[in-house]
Write a protein that binds this ligand. Structure first.
Ligand code: FAD
Length: 286
């Protein structure tokens, strides 16, 4: 099923994101995690694509296929293009098609000086256009409520986002954020810019301190004082920090649902316990 169909229903879309196991680990090592996440019954699960990697050794398609064909869960594969030639992308699209995957989150990928860049695709919008011309996939894209880190400012970023949605994106998924007001400001700006596709809000339940430090340094999400205080209070008590992270995420989701969000995309960090707690707290509100 194409996930764009989900946005036509009354219910708010609720999806998960997982990452594949390390290159040295087997696919089977994440079967239990995938099964537990599927048992939470999200609308679909997306699978990230190894940063900086070419298709070689990348397990995204395999995991998406396990979700779809073993657990009967609608799956979406992330696909980056900054290290890929057109031939590499053709090979990935063929593999996805052969495995029955119908949904792709098309991304540029982060630029990493350790890897040799290819120039067939400059931006995610080039990949979106290419996929739409070369296959029958539902293509969606990433967006940044606080602006992408490389963009001069949020206005320029939204102008570029409009190019991406015009290239044929069926919906958008946001970068993680902890301040809902920034999301609402962004949503208003996209509307003014004529971006009319549904936007799923990306929610990251923070369950340990090093995780948040890493994430924030990578994506630049700002931390409201309410959030920082929670982190400070419980930073030396892992169990309390986990529970506080779950409570914060649930609070964010309830507020987003009350404000008519199109969808919630939960960055599960492959943690079924956390995904289950959040699902149970919000499933009757969707
Ligand atoms: P783009 O949309 O191409 O934007 C990148 C930058 O270029 C922005 O600053 C934008 O303003 C600018 N730009 C875009 N178009 C133009 C134009 N025409 N002219 C001038 N400037 C332009 N990374 C991974 O490696 N694997 C993953 O699985 C993965 N999953 C992600 C999932 C989500 C929901 C999100 C939000 C991010 C994910 N990322 C992933 C990270 C992503 O690859 C990086 O944030 C990357 O730096 C930008 O990717 P993009 O697709 O948003 O790029």
């Amino acid at each position: 099923m194409k996930v764009s169909e989900l946005f036509k229903r009354e219910k708010t879309v609720f999806s998960f994101e997982v990452f594949p196991p390390k290159k040295t680990s087997s696919i089977e090592s994440v079967y239990n995690t995938l099964e537990d996440l599927c048992n939470c019954n999200p609308d679909f699960i997306s699978v990230t694509y190894g940063a900086g990697g070419s298709a070689a050794g990348n397990k995204t398609c395999e995991i998406a296929s396990v979700l779809k064909n073993k657990y009967n869960m609608e799956a979406a594969a992330h696909l980056t293009c900054v290290y890929s030639s057109k031939e590499d992308i053709d090979a990935e699209l063929l593999k996805l098609k052969e495995n029955g995957i119908e949904n792709i989150l098309a991304l540029r990928g982060d630029i990493n000086p350790d890897y040799e860049r290819k120039y067939d695709f400059m931006y995610a919008s080039d990949l979106v256009k290419y996929i739409n011309e070369h296959g029958d996939f539902d293509v969606f894209g990433a967006c940044y409520p606080e602006g992408h880190m490389e963009a001069e400012n949020i206005i320029e970023d939204i102008k570029n986002l409009k190019i991406k949605t015009d290239a044929g994106v069926s919906h958008l998924v946001t970068q993680l954020f902890f301040d809902n007001d920034l999301f609402y400001r962004f949503r208003d700006m996209t509307e003014i810019a004529g971006i009319n596709v549904p936007i799923e809000a990306g929610i990251m339940p923070v369950t340990n301190k090093s995780q948040i430090e890493k994430m924030v340094s990578m994506c630049g999400a700002s931390l409201p004082s309410k959030f920082s205080k929670v982190m400070q209070k419980y930073e030396n008590n892992p169990e309390a920090l986990r529970d506080a992270g779950i409570a914060y995420a649930v609070d964010q989701i309830v507020d987003l649902l009350s404000n008519g969000v199109d969808g919630i995309h939960l960055y599960t960090m492959n943690n079924p316990y956390v995904a289950r707690k959040i699902t149970d707290a919000v499933k009757n509100l969707l």
